[in-house]
Design a protein around this ligand. Structure first.
Ligand code: GRF
Length: 206
């Protein structure tokens, strides 16, 4: 009953959370192996690290798709096919800049996580660090949550708080939150996969 879950990480850019997850998955007893990194852009910086780390990568170039519902579904159908081919069992979104269709999310619900740089439910959506500064909060942070069809609204798995300092800029606050993200995401994934493995359903899902 050792089987480590085959996890795919979905990225669109820098991929620093992806790096944190790949590094964590190299440690003994970690319950995931990173089976695949999928990028929505051929230029995503994170792809280089993944390739160098020996992780399989795939690109589904968002430029090939428009913005209609049909296009979204076509993108998600390709994504689902790539994940199925890679025998992926669990998904981590890590700076993945596309909204997934309801059908895709429902199919993977319970097996798809996201990280967001605010203490949800505060500051959902875009530029949450700028939203936190504008709201003059003194504490912000990051949240790992289950993905549901509504954006940034799924059940919280774990949060980490960071102070917002009086002279903070978006860059400084984002960097402080990002450090916390890199610790939180691997821990949260471990917690979810360990709990899944403890249930018969999760243990038998392939
Ligand atoms: C992170 O701040 C993450 O919380 C948000 O997008 C950013 C991605 O950064 N969803 P990276 O690509 O993981 O470096």
């Amino acid at each position: 009953m050792s089987a480590r879950k085959r996890v795919a990480i979905l990225i669109s850019g820098r991929g620093s959370n992806m790096r944190a997850l790949i590094k964590a998955a190299r440690t003994p007893d970690y319950p995931a192996e990173i089976a695949l990194v999928v990028s929505s852009s051929p230029d995503a910086e994170g792809l280089k690290f993944a390739r160098t780390a020996g992780v399989e990568t795939a690109i589904i170039d968002k430029a090939r798709f428009g913005r209609s519902d049909q296009d979204r579904e076509a993108f998600d159908a390709e994504l689902d096919a790539v994940l199925t081919r890679g025998r992926v069992e669990f998904i981590c979104l890590a700076g993945f800049m596309r909204i997934l269709s309801d059908a895709f999310v429902r199919k993977w619900q319970g097996r798809i996580l996201n990280i967001h740089p605010s203490l949800l439910p505060a500051f959902r959506g875009l530029k949450p660090q700028a939203q936190a500064l504008a709201a003059k909060v003194t504490v912000s942070g990051c949240t790992v949550h289950h993905v549901v069809p509504e954006l940034d609204a799924g059940p919280t798995i774990a949060q980490s708080e960071v102070p917002v300092l009086p002279d903070d800029t978006v860059e400084r606050l984002s960097a402080r939150i990002l450090e916390a993200e890199h610790r939180l995401y691997p821990e949260a994934l471990k917690r979810v996969l360990t709990a899944l493995a403890a249930t018969r359903e999760g243990g038998s899902h392939t």
